[in-house]
Write a protein that binds this ligand. Structure first.
Ligand SMILES: *Cc1c(COP(=O)(O)O)cnc(C)c1O
Length: 408
C-alpha cells in the first residue's frame, strides 16, 4: 500500500511553513475524509458506526469534518465529551469509554446523555445500584488477545488495566441480574496494531459467545487497531480484506443471535495519522566525530511518539528536494533525549531548511506539552484547496495564564 503522504505536494507544505511559520502541524483534510470513507465502505453492506477516537487529534475542525461524514465520537474523558458536544455532536453519537475515572465523572456523563461503556466490576456495581435498569450501558470486555508487539499500545493482553476480563463474565452477569441492568452493548479494544484478521476474529468470537448472556444488545463495538504505514513497505491492516471477513462473521453472529445488531468501531490513528505533517525548521547542522546532527526548532514537547513509543516517523527535507542524499540524525532542541530519527537518508540539509515529519496527525498535537517552557505549535489545515489557521501558535502569556503569583 503506498504511503499516502508522499503524494502530498511539498509545495503546499512549504507554503504553509512560509505563511504560518514553524513549528506547525499541517493537516490535509482530504486524506482524513478518504480514510474515513475507506473504512466505512470496507464493511458494506453493513452500515457500520464509526466513532472517531478524538484523543488522537481533537481540533474542532477535524471533529466537524468527520461529523459531516456521519461519524460519531469515542471519548475517554469528560473533557473530550465536552469537546464533542461543542463541535455539534449529538450526545447519542458519543461513546464514553473511561478507564479508572471516578464514579462522579461517570454520573456527569450520564447526565450529558452519552453512551456509557464500563470497564471494571466496581463501577458496574455502583452503576447498577444508582441507575438500575434506567440507564442502558455497554460493557468493555478484555478478551486477552494480544495484537501487535508494543506493550504500551497493546491493551488487550492478560495484564492490561483495560476492560473486564472475559474470565470474569459470571461476576458481570451476577451484578447485571442483581440490579436488573440494561446491557445494550459489548465492547473490546485490543490494541493498536491489527494486521492478522484471524487474531481479530478470535477476539470477536469471544464476544459473540459472551453475547449469549445478554439478550437485549443493540450493538457490538470492536474498538480499533487499524494500522497505517509509518514506513514504506510496512505491513498494514488490509482494510478491504479484514472488512469482508469481519462483515461475514458478524452477519453470521446476528443470525444466530436472532436479531440484527449494529457494528461499531472506534478508529483514531487510521483516520488522522496520515493527514498530518509536523513542519519544523533546521536551526543547526552539527557535525560530531561520528554523526551529523540536524537540530530542529521542535522536540519531544511537540511530537512525543518517537521517544515514548520508539515510533518511526518518516522525515523529508522539503526545502532541498534535489539535494544529495546524506545520512543524518534528526534531533530536537529540548534538554532531554529527543531524537526524531537516527541515521536517516535525507536530501542535503542546510540550516534554515524546512523538514516535514510524517504521520503526525494522530497523537501529535494532542500529546504535546510545554516542557522547557516551550510554546505549543500552530495547527493549519488544507481544506477545499485552501490553507486555514485552525489553532494559533501559543504565546508567552499562554505559558503563565493559569499561574497565581503569591510571593512578591
Ligand atoms: C485510543 C483508543 C482508540 C483508538 O485507537 P487507535 O489506535 O488510534 O485507532 C479506540 N478505542 C479506545 C477505547 C481507545 O482508548
Amino acid at each position: 500500500m503506498p504511503i499516502q503522504n508522499i503524494v502530498m505536494s511539498s509545495s503546499i507544505l512549504l507554503e504553509a511553513a512560509n505563511q504560518f511559520g514553524t513549528p506547525t502541524y499541517f493537516y490535509d483534510l482530504n486524506v482524513t475524509m478518504n480514510q474515513y470513507r475507506k473504512l466505512y465502505n470496507a464493511f458494506k453492506p453493513l452500515e457500520v458506526q464509526l466513532h472517531y477516537a478524538l484523543k488522537a487529534l481533537n481540533n474542532i475542525n477535524i471533529l466537524r469534518v468527520l461529523k459531516s461524514e456521519g461519524a460519531g465520537l469515542d471519548a475517554v474523558s469528560i473533557e473530550e465529551i465536552h469537546l464533542g458536544l461543542r463541535a455539534g455532536y449529538a450526545p447519542e453519537k458519543i461513546m464514553y469509554t473511561p478507564n479508572c475515572v471516578s464514579f462522579s465523572e461517570i454520573q456527569e456523563a450520564v447526565e450529558l446523555g452519552v453512551h456509557i461503556n464500563l470497564d471494571n466490576l466496581s463501577m458496574l456495581e455502583k452503576f447498577g445500584n444508582e441507575y438500575g435498569s434506567r440507564v442502558p450501558v455497554c460493557i468493555r470486555v478484555n478478551p486477552h488477545i494480544m495484537a501487535g508487539g508494543n506493550a504500551n499500545i497493546s491493551v488487550g493482553h492478560i495484564d492490561s488495566k483495560f476492560g473486564i476480563s472475559i474470565h470474569q463474565l459470571r461476576h458481570v452477569c451476577r451484578i447485571v441480574e442483581n440490579y436488573g441492568m440494561n446491557i445494550i452493548g459489548l465492547h473490546m479494544h485490543t490494541g493498536s496494531d491489527i494486521i492478522d484478521p484471524d487474531v481479530f476474529l478470535r477476539g470477536a468470537d469471544l464476544l459473540y459467545h459472551a453475547a449469549e448472556q445478554f439478550p437485549d444488545l443493540k450493538f457490538m463495538d470492536f474498538g480499533s487497531g487499524f494500522k497505517v504505514a509509518y514506513q514504506e513497505g510496512e505491513i498494514v491492516t488490509d482494510i478491504e480484506k479484514i472488512g469482508v471477513r469481519i462483515t461475514e462473521s458478524f452477519q453470521e453472529f446476528c443470525k444466530s443471535y436472532g436479531r440484527d445488531l449494529e457494528l461499531w468501531f472506534e478508529p483514531g490513528k487510521y483516520i488522522v495519522s496520515e493527514c498530518g505533517k509536523l513542519l519544523v525548521s533546521t536551526n543547526v547542522v552539527k557535525q560530531t566525530t561520528s554523526t551529523v546532527f540536524v537540530g530542529v526548532n521542535s522536540g519531544q514537547n511537540h511530537l512525543l511518539r518517537p521517544m515514548f513509543y520508539n515510533a518511526y516517523h518518516k522525515i523529508d527535507n522539503i526545502s532541498n528536494p534535489n539535494g544529495d542524499r546524506k545520512l543524518y540524525s534528526i534531533v530536537g532542541n529540548i534538554c532531554e533525549s529527543d531524537t526524531f530519527g537516527y541515521d536517516r537518508m535525507l536530501n542535503e540539509v542546510r540550516e534554515g531548511d524546512v523538514l516535514a515529519i510524517s504521520n503526525a496527525g494522530a497523537y501529535g498535537f494532542s500529546m504535546s506539552n510545554q516542557y522547557n517552557a516551550r510554546l505549543r505549535p500552530a495547527e493549519v489545515m488544507l481544506y477545499n484547496g485552501e490553507l486555514h489557521l485552525i489553532r494559533r501558535r501559543e504565546t508567552i502569556e499562554d505559558l503563565y495564564r493559569t499561574e497565581i503569583p503569591v510571593i512578591e
